[in-house]
Design a protein around this ligand. Structure first.
Ligand code: GLC
Length: 537
């Protein structure tokens, strides 16, 4: 039995298509490659995939700069291939979620080109945020807003006006007060739903609406960081109450399609605010980034879990757990660093001897059993089932993430979690494709490949496979969690089926009783070692 509807307890696999599997040997992952790996995903045991943007794009922000929302970038395939892929995935029991990028388009989008051409004061410019500059000759940006990737959020065009871009300069923000913008996105939703998609992951769901009059934030310190997410409650461009009206409009459209859902990427200040996105007529899910950001610490993890359950429960929704994605340092690396070290900062030039990769992988195995035992839905980022670490030593001349340049080389960016997947032990790009890989893979990558791990009982891939199978059997028919007494440096809880999950975060082994269904390391004489987890009955 599973809790209906499907998404409430779904295990979703995130596909960063550019790095998943290259079907045509051009060094870039694509739909053909992804399609060839559907049996792999079926055997892994996932209910759905979320595909990062595959639309026509100059790929200046990995495809989050969309030039045509109804087309597929030729490097990835075409719309026919996408439709065939969705249909074939369904035959394997796998649903497909696509990425919706509503906050901004690419500067190559037809609307933005038209806006540039039409000039100041034109209706074409009204679909974006074009403003005159400040200062006597308008040569200063209109206000003090900062871009997430660094620098001013305004860029000047040759005729003197400035346009808003909360991310890269190639990503002009859309004006969501404009009726055509709203209508266009209704139509984009229908376009993909009509082609078989089961729903959407919505990018930067906490933005969209900007304060009337574009007031200064008035805060010098206000270089908001998307990934640390400290935002205030009445910010001129984040998490504004007016955006919820747009969400309700989308929800109504999705309501016309059976089983369709949407999940919000909303970096907001606290879980009470996140709960606003999960009201019954808004998003079906929103990623729980508090859980993702919790350090390897029993108490902090428990607080993150409890608070999330309470907050989403207050609006009748369900939790959506995630440990990694294409924007954060992979958790096998995060958990291998001391808790007080911020992985993203360390990545730039931190002391490499602080990283214990063996410990990181050991904890990642335990974290998998924690993640997959929690009530609700889970999202897994491609490669985490292989225990892939962050690739920390990418030479700076291969970095593609705009964060590297826009931050003035003070942040290395997110390429290190986007390195193409190793499928085989040997061979060109460890089986990713026949034509190299768009980001270099580190030496020894093939040793972590699917081929290397398949059929090896002690591999992390095998652990994920077993855990996903047991999860379907024991963990998807209820949303209950009952905390059990256990030593302070551990977590123990029971689910409705009677399955117990115990995670040992501390330095000493802890005694466990009962039949072991699965464990992240071998148990010795009834003891769960440090940095390990077990499922028991
Ligand atoms: C989201 C995406 C990230 C992208 C940004 C701008 O945070 O996950 O990859 O850079 O939005 O679209």
């Amino acid at each position: 039995m599973r809790v209906e509807p499907w998404w409430r307890t779904a295990a979703v696999y995130q596909v960063y298509i550019r790095s998943f599997k290259d079907g045509n040997g051009d060094g870039t992952g694509d739909i053909a490659g992804l399609r060839s790996k559907l049996p792999y995903l079926r055997d892994l045991g996932v209910d759905a995939v979320w595909i990062n943007p595959w639309y026509t794009s100059p790929l200046l922000d990995g495809g989050y700069d969309v030039a045509d929302y109804r087309n597929i970038d030729p490097r990835f395939g075409d719309v026919d291939q996408a439709v065939e892929f969705i249909a074939e995935a369904a035959k394997h029991g796998i649903r497909v979620l696509v990425d919706l990028v509503p906050n901004h388009t690419s500067w190559e989008h037809a609307w933005f080109r038209a806006a540039l051409e039409a000039g100041p004061g034109s209706p074409e410019r009204e679909r974006y945020h074009f403003l005159p500059g400040s200062g006597p000759d308008g040569s200063e940006p209109p206000n003090d807003w900062r871009a997430v990737f660094g620098g001013s959020a305004w860029e000047r065009v040759p005729d003197g006006e400035w346009y808003l871009h909360l991310f890269d300069i190639s990503q002009p923000d859309l004006n969501w007060e404009h009726p055509e913008v709203r209508e266009e996105f209704d139509s984009i939703l229908r376009f993909w739903l009509d082609r078989g998609a089961s729903g959407f992951r919505v990018d930067v769901a906490h933005s969209l609406v900007k304060a009337p009059g574009y007031p200064d934030t008035g805060d010098e310190e206000n270089e908001e960081n998307l990934l640390t997410g400290t935002l205030f409650s009445r910010h001129p461009y984040w998490d504004r109450p007016e955006l919820h009206e747009i969400v309700r409009r989308w929800r109504a459209t999705l309501g016309e399609y059976p089983d369709a859902m949407m999940v919000a990427e909303a970096w907001v200040s606290d879980l009470e605010r996140l709960a606003n996105y999960l009201r019954p007529d808004e998003y079906h899910q929103a990623f729980d980034f508090d859980f993702l950001q919790a350090p390897w610490d029993a108490e902090k993890m428990r607080i993150a879990i409890d608070e999330s359950m309470d907050a989403v429960g207050s609006v009748g929704s369900i939790p959506t757990w995630v440990l990694s994605n294409h924007d954060v340092v992979r958790h096998a690396t995060r958990y291998g660093l001391p808790n007080e070290v911020e992985a993203k900062v360390w990545l730039l030039d931190g002391d490499r001897s602080l990283l214990d990769p063996v410990l990181g992988e050991r904890r990642a195995r335990a974290a998998a059993l924690l993640l997959l035992a929690l009530p609700g839905s889970v999202y897994m980022y491609q490669g985490e089932e292989l225990g892939l670490p962050e690739v920390t030593e990418l030479p700076v001349d291969v970095l593609e993430d705009p964060v590297w340049v826009r931050s003035g080389h003070t942040e290395k960016g997110r390429d290190g979690c986007r390195v193409p997947i190793p499928w085989t032990v040997e061979g060109d790009s460890a089986g990713f494709g026949d034509g190299g890989s768009w980001l270099p893979q580190p030496a020894g990558w093939g040793a972590r490949s699917v081929e290397a791990q398949t059929g090896r009982a002690d591999s992390i891939l095998q652990l994920y496979r077993s855990a996903l199978r047991l999860r379907r059997e024991h963990l998807t028919s209820d949303l209950e969690i009952e905390w059990l007494d256990s030593p302070k440096t551990s977590l123990a809880f029971r689910r409705g089926s009677g399955l117990r999950c115990i995670v040992n975060f501390g330095p000493d082994p802890i005694p466990v009783e009962g039949e072991v269904l699965l464990s992240s390391v071998e148990l010795s004489a009834g003891f769960l070692p440090p940095d390990a987890a077990a499922w028991l009955r």
